[in-house]
Write a protein that binds this ligand. Structure first.
Ligand code: CUA
Length: 339
Protein backbone atom coordinates (compact mmCIF):
# COMPACT_ATOMS: atom_id res chain seq x y z
CA UNK A 1 0.00 0.00 0.00
CA UNK A 2 3.03 2.17 -0.44
CA UNK A 3 1.80 3.44 -3.76
CA UNK A 4 -1.86 4.19 -3.88
CA UNK A 5 -1.71 5.37 -7.45
CA UNK A 6 1.11 4.59 -9.85
CA UNK A 7 1.89 8.26 -10.50
CA UNK A 8 2.11 9.17 -6.82
CA UNK A 9 5.37 8.96 -4.90
CA UNK A 10 5.38 6.26 -2.26
CA UNK A 11 4.17 7.09 1.23
CA UNK A 12 7.04 6.88 3.68
CA UNK A 13 6.22 9.32 6.45
CA UNK A 14 3.47 9.84 8.98
CA UNK A 15 2.36 12.92 7.05
CA UNK A 16 2.16 11.24 3.66
CA UNK A 17 -1.18 9.50 4.16
CA UNK A 18 -2.78 12.63 5.63
CA UNK A 19 -1.54 14.88 2.83
CA UNK A 20 -2.73 12.40 0.22
CA UNK A 21 -6.14 12.04 1.86
CA UNK A 22 -6.73 15.79 1.61
CA UNK A 23 -5.46 15.79 -1.94
CA UNK A 24 -7.80 12.96 -2.92
CA UNK A 25 -10.68 14.85 -1.37
CA UNK A 26 -9.86 17.95 -3.43
CA UNK A 27 -9.63 15.85 -6.58
CA UNK A 28 -12.91 14.10 -5.77
CA UNK A 29 -14.76 17.39 -5.24
CA UNK A 30 -13.34 18.84 -8.45
CA UNK A 31 -14.13 15.69 -10.43
CA UNK A 32 -17.67 15.52 -9.07
CA UNK A 33 -18.53 19.09 -10.03
CA UNK A 34 -16.75 18.88 -13.38
CA UNK A 35 -18.82 15.84 -14.23
CA UNK A 36 -22.04 17.32 -12.85
CA UNK A 37 -21.62 20.49 -14.90
CA UNK A 38 -20.72 18.61 -18.07
CA UNK A 39 -23.71 16.27 -17.76
CA UNK A 40 -26.16 19.08 -16.98
CA UNK A 41 -24.80 21.11 -19.87
CA UNK A 42 -25.65 18.36 -22.33
CA UNK A 43 -28.95 17.53 -20.63
CA UNK A 44 -30.21 21.13 -20.59
CA UNK A 45 -29.02 21.73 -24.15
CA UNK A 46 -31.21 18.88 -25.27
CA UNK A 47 -34.13 19.52 -22.97
CA UNK A 48 -34.45 23.22 -23.64
CA UNK A 49 -33.51 23.20 -27.30
CA UNK A 50 -35.50 25.44 -29.59
CA UNK A 51 -38.26 23.33 -31.09
CA UNK A 52 -39.67 25.61 -33.77
CA UNK A 53 -38.84 28.80 -35.62
CA UNK A 54 -41.61 30.69 -33.88
CA UNK A 55 -40.79 29.60 -30.32
CA UNK A 56 -40.22 32.41 -27.82
CA UNK A 57 -38.71 31.49 -24.40
CA UNK A 58 -40.58 32.23 -21.19
CA UNK A 59 -39.04 34.92 -18.98
CA UNK A 60 -37.13 33.28 -16.11
CA UNK A 61 -38.24 34.01 -12.57
CA UNK A 62 -35.75 33.67 -9.70
CA UNK A 63 -35.82 30.79 -7.23
CA UNK A 64 -34.89 31.53 -3.65
CA UNK A 65 -34.51 27.84 -2.78
CA UNK A 66 -32.09 27.31 -5.61
CA UNK A 67 -30.02 30.35 -4.71
CA UNK A 68 -29.75 29.31 -1.09
CA UNK A 69 -28.74 25.81 -2.12
CA UNK A 70 -25.97 26.95 -4.43
CA UNK A 71 -24.65 29.30 -1.78
CA UNK A 72 -24.78 27.04 1.25
CA UNK A 73 -23.47 23.84 -0.34
CA UNK A 74 -20.29 25.35 -1.81
CA UNK A 75 -19.74 27.27 1.44
CA UNK A 76 -19.94 24.06 3.45
CA UNK A 77 -17.59 22.26 1.08
CA UNK A 78 -15.03 25.05 1.09
CA UNK A 79 -15.16 25.27 4.89
CA UNK A 80 -14.38 21.55 5.08
CA UNK A 81 -11.40 22.17 2.79
CA UNK A 82 -10.31 25.12 4.88
CA UNK A 83 -10.43 23.46 8.29
CA UNK A 84 -9.01 20.20 7.02
CA UNK A 85 -6.18 22.03 5.25
CA UNK A 86 -5.50 24.32 8.21
CA UNK A 87 -5.33 21.48 10.72
CA UNK A 88 -2.92 19.62 8.46
CA UNK A 89 -0.87 22.77 7.98
CA UNK A 90 -0.59 23.29 11.72
CA UNK A 91 0.36 19.67 12.28
CA UNK A 92 3.05 19.91 9.61
CA UNK A 93 4.47 23.17 10.91
CA UNK A 94 4.72 22.18 14.56
CA UNK A 95 7.46 19.68 15.26
CA UNK A 96 6.47 17.34 18.08
CA UNK A 97 8.33 17.48 21.39
CA UNK A 98 11.34 15.26 21.63
CA UNK A 99 12.13 15.29 17.92
CA UNK A 100 15.69 14.54 16.88
CA UNK A 101 17.44 17.80 16.00
CA UNK A 102 19.33 17.98 12.73
CA UNK A 103 20.79 21.11 11.19
CA UNK A 104 20.95 21.70 7.46
CA UNK A 105 22.56 24.27 5.23
CA UNK A 106 21.58 24.70 1.59
CA UNK A 107 24.09 26.28 -0.72
CA UNK A 108 24.76 26.40 -4.43
CA UNK A 109 24.50 23.51 -5.09
CA UNK A 110 24.45 21.05 -2.26
CA UNK A 111 22.76 20.10 0.97
CA UNK A 112 24.88 19.84 4.06
CA UNK A 113 23.54 18.16 7.18
CA UNK A 114 24.93 18.24 10.69
CA UNK A 115 23.88 15.85 13.40
CA UNK A 116 24.04 17.03 16.99
CA UNK A 117 26.65 14.43 17.83
CA UNK A 118 28.95 15.91 15.23
CA UNK A 119 28.49 13.72 12.15
CA UNK A 120 28.04 15.70 9.01
CA UNK A 121 26.84 14.58 5.63
CA UNK A 122 26.56 16.02 2.16
CA UNK A 123 23.57 15.31 -0.07
CA UNK A 124 22.64 12.41 2.14
CA UNK A 125 20.83 12.33 5.43
CA UNK A 126 20.48 9.32 7.70
CA UNK A 127 17.46 9.26 9.99
CA UNK A 128 15.81 6.58 12.11
CA UNK A 129 12.39 5.20 11.29
CA UNK A 130 9.60 5.86 13.79
CA UNK A 131 11.02 8.99 15.39
CA UNK A 132 10.19 12.57 14.48
CA UNK A 133 13.10 14.54 13.06
CA UNK A 134 13.21 18.31 13.26
CA UNK A 135 15.34 20.14 10.72
CA UNK A 136 16.65 23.62 11.33
CA UNK A 137 17.75 24.97 7.97
CA UNK A 138 19.74 27.93 6.74
CA UNK A 139 20.83 29.07 3.30
CA UNK A 140 24.33 30.26 2.60
CA UNK A 141 23.31 32.15 -0.54
CA UNK A 142 19.96 32.11 -2.36
CA UNK A 143 16.53 30.57 -1.81
CA UNK A 144 16.47 26.78 -1.91
CA UNK A 145 13.67 24.41 -1.01
CA UNK A 146 13.97 21.15 0.88
CA UNK A 147 11.65 18.66 -0.78
CA UNK A 148 11.22 14.95 -0.05
CA UNK A 149 8.26 13.72 -2.10
CA UNK A 150 7.95 10.39 -0.29
CA UNK A 151 7.58 12.28 3.00
CA UNK A 152 5.27 14.95 1.48
CA UNK A 153 7.44 17.61 3.03
CA UNK A 154 8.61 20.77 1.29
CA UNK A 155 10.05 23.82 3.00
CA UNK A 156 11.78 26.85 1.55
CA UNK A 157 15.25 27.51 2.87
CA UNK A 158 15.89 31.24 2.87
CA UNK A 159 18.98 33.38 3.21
CA UNK A 160 18.96 35.53 6.32
CA UNK A 161 16.68 33.40 8.44
CA UNK A 162 16.16 29.89 9.71
CA UNK A 163 13.45 27.56 8.48
CA UNK A 164 12.22 24.49 10.25
CA UNK A 165 10.63 21.34 8.95
CA UNK A 166 9.88 18.00 10.49
CA UNK A 167 8.99 14.51 9.39
CA UNK A 168 8.78 11.02 10.78
CA UNK A 169 9.82 8.26 8.44
CA UNK A 170 7.69 5.16 8.64
CA UNK A 171 9.55 2.68 6.46
CA UNK A 172 13.26 2.00 6.00
CA UNK A 173 14.54 2.92 2.58
CA UNK A 174 16.24 5.52 0.43
CA UNK A 175 14.13 8.47 -0.58
CA UNK A 176 14.84 11.23 -3.07
CA UNK A 177 15.70 14.67 -1.79
CA UNK A 178 15.25 17.57 -4.19
CA UNK A 179 15.84 21.28 -4.21
CA UNK A 180 12.45 22.58 -5.30
CA UNK A 181 13.32 26.22 -5.89
CA UNK A 182 15.30 27.32 -8.94
CA UNK A 183 18.62 28.44 -7.49
CA UNK A 184 21.00 28.77 -10.41
CA UNK A 185 22.81 26.75 -13.04
CA UNK A 186 23.06 23.47 -11.18
CA UNK A 187 19.73 23.66 -9.39
CA UNK A 188 18.71 20.36 -10.98
CA UNK A 189 21.82 18.74 -9.54
CA UNK A 190 21.04 19.86 -6.00
CA UNK A 191 19.64 16.49 -5.09
CA UNK A 192 20.36 13.77 -2.61
CA UNK A 193 18.95 10.94 -0.55
CA UNK A 194 17.27 10.55 2.77
CA UNK A 195 18.21 7.19 4.21
CA UNK A 196 15.62 6.01 6.69
CA UNK A 197 17.04 3.28 8.89
CA UNK A 198 15.92 0.90 11.51
CA UNK A 199 16.58 2.65 14.88
CA UNK A 200 19.18 0.10 15.94
CA UNK A 201 21.04 0.42 12.65
CA UNK A 202 20.81 4.17 12.97
CA UNK A 203 22.52 4.07 16.37
CA UNK A 204 25.26 1.94 14.84
CA UNK A 205 25.57 4.36 11.97
CA UNK A 206 25.81 7.31 14.36
CA UNK A 207 28.51 5.57 16.35
CA UNK A 208 30.48 4.73 13.24
CA UNK A 209 31.19 8.31 12.24
CA UNK A 210 34.50 9.96 12.87
CA UNK A 211 34.51 11.35 16.37
CA UNK A 212 34.91 14.99 15.53
CA UNK A 213 33.13 16.19 18.63
CA UNK A 214 29.56 17.27 18.93
CA UNK A 215 28.00 20.23 17.21
CA UNK A 216 27.94 22.05 20.54
CA UNK A 217 31.69 21.40 20.90
CA UNK A 218 32.30 22.99 17.53
CA UNK A 219 30.12 25.90 18.62
CA UNK A 220 32.11 26.26 21.81
CA UNK A 221 35.36 26.49 19.84
CA UNK A 222 33.89 29.22 17.66
CA UNK A 223 32.61 30.96 20.75
CA UNK A 224 36.12 31.17 22.10
CA UNK A 225 37.74 31.93 18.75
CA UNK A 226 35.55 34.97 18.39
CA UNK A 227 36.12 35.89 22.03
CA UNK A 228 32.41 35.88 22.73
CA UNK A 229 33.16 34.64 26.21
CA UNK A 230 34.89 37.90 27.11
CA UNK A 231 31.52 39.63 27.19
CA UNK A 232 28.99 36.83 27.66
CA UNK A 233 29.95 35.67 31.10
CA UNK A 234 28.16 35.05 34.33
CA UNK A 235 30.13 37.47 36.50
CA UNK A 236 30.02 41.22 37.01
CA UNK A 237 32.37 41.90 34.08
CA UNK A 238 29.71 40.77 31.65
CA UNK A 239 28.93 43.30 28.97
CA UNK A 240 26.50 40.96 27.29
CA UNK A 241 23.71 38.78 28.61
CA UNK A 242 24.59 35.53 30.30
CA UNK A 243 23.67 32.74 27.94
CA UNK A 244 23.45 29.97 30.49
CA UNK A 245 20.00 28.41 30.34
CA UNK A 246 18.86 31.13 27.96
CA UNK A 247 17.45 28.95 25.21
CA UNK A 248 13.68 28.78 25.06
CA UNK A 249 13.24 31.43 27.76
CA UNK A 250 11.52 34.78 27.36
CA UNK A 251 13.87 37.75 27.00
CA UNK A 252 12.99 41.33 27.98
CA UNK A 253 14.15 43.77 25.34
CA UNK A 254 15.23 47.35 25.77
CA UNK A 255 12.18 48.29 23.72
CA UNK A 256 9.96 46.84 26.40
CA UNK A 257 8.90 43.88 24.29
CA UNK A 258 9.46 40.29 25.24
CA UNK A 259 10.68 37.67 22.81
CA UNK A 260 11.45 33.99 23.15
CA UNK A 261 15.07 32.96 22.78
CA UNK A 262 14.55 30.45 19.99
CA UNK A 263 16.87 29.53 17.14
CA UNK A 264 15.76 32.43 14.94
CA UNK A 265 16.27 34.92 17.74
CA UNK A 266 19.76 33.60 18.48
CA UNK A 267 20.67 33.76 14.81
CA UNK A 268 19.42 37.31 14.47
CA UNK A 269 21.29 38.35 17.58
CA UNK A 270 24.54 37.06 16.05
CA UNK A 271 24.17 38.75 12.67
CA UNK A 272 22.24 41.85 13.79
CA UNK A 273 22.91 42.19 17.50
CA UNK A 274 21.14 45.50 17.90
CA UNK A 275 17.92 44.50 16.21
CA UNK A 276 16.60 43.16 19.52
CA UNK A 277 18.72 44.69 22.25
CA UNK A 278 18.28 43.03 25.63
CA UNK A 279 17.08 45.25 28.42
CA UNK A 280 19.91 46.55 30.58
CA UNK A 281 22.69 46.19 28.00
CA UNK A 282 24.46 48.66 25.75
CA UNK A 283 24.48 48.18 21.97
CA UNK A 284 28.15 47.21 21.98
CA UNK A 285 28.16 43.96 20.09
CA UNK A 286 29.43 44.12 16.51
CA UNK A 287 27.67 42.19 13.80
CA UNK A 288 29.07 38.80 12.89
CA UNK A 289 27.39 38.83 9.51
CA UNK A 290 29.87 37.44 7.00
CA UNK A 291 32.38 36.58 9.71
CA UNK A 292 30.73 33.33 10.65
CA UNK A 293 29.30 30.94 8.08
CA UNK A 294 25.73 29.71 8.35
CA UNK A 295 27.15 26.39 9.51
CA UNK A 296 29.12 28.20 12.19
CA UNK A 297 25.99 30.02 13.31
CA UNK A 298 24.15 26.71 13.61
CA UNK A 299 27.05 25.37 15.68
CA UNK A 300 26.91 28.39 17.95
CA UNK A 301 23.17 27.93 18.35
CA UNK A 302 23.70 24.27 19.25
CA UNK A 303 26.28 25.37 21.81
CA UNK A 304 24.00 28.01 23.34
CA UNK A 305 21.20 25.47 23.51
CA UNK A 306 23.51 23.11 25.37
CA UNK A 307 24.39 25.72 28.00
CA UNK A 308 22.57 25.20 31.23
CA UNK A 309 21.00 21.96 30.04
CA UNK A 310 21.25 18.98 32.30
CA UNK A 311 23.94 16.72 30.84
CA UNK A 312 22.84 13.67 28.94
CA UNK A 313 19.65 14.99 27.54
CA UNK A 314 19.63 12.52 24.86
CA UNK A 315 21.21 14.54 22.16
CA UNK A 316 22.62 17.74 23.39
CA UNK A 317 25.64 16.68 25.27
CA UNK A 318 27.06 19.88 26.65
CA UNK A 319 30.75 20.42 26.31
CA UNK A 320 31.94 18.24 29.08
CA UNK A 321 34.28 19.46 31.73
CA UNK A 322 34.87 23.06 30.96
CA UNK A 323 33.17 24.97 33.72
CA UNK A 324 31.08 27.53 31.92
CA UNK A 325 33.75 28.43 29.43
CA UNK A 326 31.80 31.22 28.01
CA UNK A 327 28.50 32.17 26.69
CA UNK A 328 27.84 33.32 23.25
CA UNK A 329 27.06 36.51 21.53
CA UNK A 330 23.68 35.28 21.01
CA UNK A 331 21.63 37.78 22.56
CA UNK A 332 22.01 41.28 22.15
CA UNK A 333 24.25 43.88 23.24
CA UNK A 334 27.55 42.49 24.07
CA UNK A 335 30.69 44.22 23.05
CA UNK A 336 33.72 42.38 21.99
CA UNK A 337 37.10 42.88 23.55
CA UNK A 338 39.11 42.37 20.42
CA UNK A 339 38.20 43.83 17.08
CU1 CUA B 1 18.92 24.92 -4.51
CU2 CUA B 1 17.44 24.85 -6.39
Amino acid sequence: MDRTLPFFPEQASTAAGRVDALYYFLIAVSAFFTLLIAVLLVYFAVKYRRRSESERPQPVAGSLKLEIAWTVIPLAISMVMFFWGASLFFALSRPPEGAIEIYAVGKQWMWKFQHVDGQSEINELHVPVGRPVRLTMASEDVIHSFFVPAFRTKTDVLPGRLSTAWFEATRPGRYHLFCAEYCGTKHSGMIGWIVAMDPVEYQTWLGGGAATGSLADAGQKLFQQHACNTCHRPDSLARGPNLEGLFGKPVRLASGQTVTADESYLRESIVAPNAKLVEGFQPLMPTYQGLISEEGILQLIAYIKSLGQPPATQQQVPASGAPSPGRTPATSAPGRATP
